[in-house]
Design a protein around this ligand. Sequence first.
Ligand SMILES: NC(=O)C1=CN([C@@H]2O[C@H](COP(=O)(O)OP(=O)(O)OC[C@H]3O[C@@H](n4cnc5c(N)ncnc54)[C@H](O)[C@@H]3O)[C@@H](O)[C@H]2O)[C@@H](O)CC1
Ligand SMILES: [K+]
Length: 505
Amino acid sequence: MKILAPQQIRDLDQYTIQHEPISSIDLMERAAQHVASELMEKFYNKRFCIFVGTGNNGGDGLAVARVLDDFAYTVKVILVKTSVKLSADASINLDRLLKTNPTCLSTVKKIGEVDFGQIKKDAIIVDALFGSGLSRPLEGLYKSVVDAINELPNKVVSIDIPSGLFAEYDKNSAQGNSIIRAHTTLSFQMPKLSFFMPESGCHVGQWHVLDIGLARNFIREQPCSHYVVSKKQIKKLRKKRPLHSHKGNYGHALLIAGSYGKMGASIIASKACLRSGVGLLTAHVPHWGYGIIQSAVPEAMTSIDRSDMFFTEFPDLNTFSAIGIGPGLNKKRNTVLAFETMLDNMNSQALVIDADGLNILSENKHLLGKVPENAILTPHPKEFERLVGVWNNDMDKLSRLKKFCQQYQVFTVLKGAYTVTCTPNGTCYFNTTGNPGMATAGSGDALTGIITGLLAQNYSPEEAAVVGVYLHGKAGDLALKKESTESMTALDIISCLGAAFKKIG
Ligand SMILES: NC(=O)C1=CN([C@@H]2O[C@H](COP(=O)(O)OP(=O)(O)OC[C@H]3O[C@@H](n4cnc5c(N)ncnc54)[C@H](O)[C@@H]3O)[C@@H](O)[C@H]2O)[C@@H](O)CC1
Ligand SMILES: [K+]
């Protein structure tokens, strides 16, 4: 699913109005019907307190109030209004509401006029103050109202976008900004870019997309560099196995991972690689780790380093279709040298670099130029910071990510609540599977194994990264059914990979 920029969304609204065709007031009505249905389903028989502003987001709120009132819900509407006139459609909806229920509305022009104490604790607050038309941080009356709402214990549902939140600007991170902290956000047609950033996404709560029928052909034709990964897309990418196939059809992966005291990294990455469907796997380990890997992962072949404890050499790379390197490696001088020599000797093998592989790159930046085109780097934010420097805010982080991928012509999987895969041309795919239980030791090693396994099976780097991240998160979500966010371990995630594949279908 595309994530369009605010101006593209405004153009999309206008295009739909002109070409469906539909009047803007009818489009608002359709949007409001969707919001009201969702509210009634989620909060059956609850009472609602709706804060509305003067723009079209407020218009939505006024229309939602009327629909809820028609269904005999108890609704209070608070119109927060400075001297600004209501938008044309908000004004029509205000008249319609007053005709059906003249007593539900109060208008406030000063903060003292809102009696927040009157709002029942079990009432659902609907936030329809500002939507995508926000042009500057909130101040004065609006700021005070938003601050006061955020102090209330009530659940808050935002229409389209939490009021005060910009769809994609770095103004979101300005100190002292007042932004609604929603429990749920019902977003029209597509999520907004700011939902995916830690700094601004924390305001959004659970978000749901409401398909209000905006013109699909217009969306299809829009240039776009931000996407949300969907199950449908992953299903299309999954390679089906022909009946008459054998292990030779599914590639041979090499995993270079583990060192003295960190053999678990090799075990976890190997197990994940095997569960991702690789035909053959060779684990390259220090001499000392031979017995460990053979007994922990009997399905894997081994390549034994002459060093007892660390990675210092590598087998003939031409045997392998994909290589994953980094988990638990350490950064000893000989390891760095071996890593550099390996980069010099890469042919056409697909490559994943993680953990200490990334740390070696950030401490030896000249090696970045040796990373083959289309390699996949899988940093967590700290590892990424070591590679690109400290960013000012999340939008800056995203632009550094794009610049880095374009400069070195690599894919980067930047891990987080919404892991983003950035391609060498700067296109970003945001992943929505996964949960905080996956923030656990070895979880990243498992992802390295999965992506390496998919690459070996001839998934393109873009496919392997996007599908691998999705599967990893899905397996984590399935593991959460048996475990808690605290108890989940990397092996729990791996044990659910099979079920994750089945869920894709
Ligand atoms: N245009 C359409 O076809 C549709 C629009 N819809 C709704 O319309 C919303 C966008 O409506 P608008 O463009 O009217 O925008 P808003 O409802 O977000 O309101 C913007 C208004 O507030 C003013 N404003 C901006 N920032 C301010 C600030 N910090 N303090 C005080 N005033 C400020 C603007 O000048 C403008 O008058 C969407 O988020 C969505 O909720 C929906 O009804 C679906 C259809
Ligand atoms: K809103």
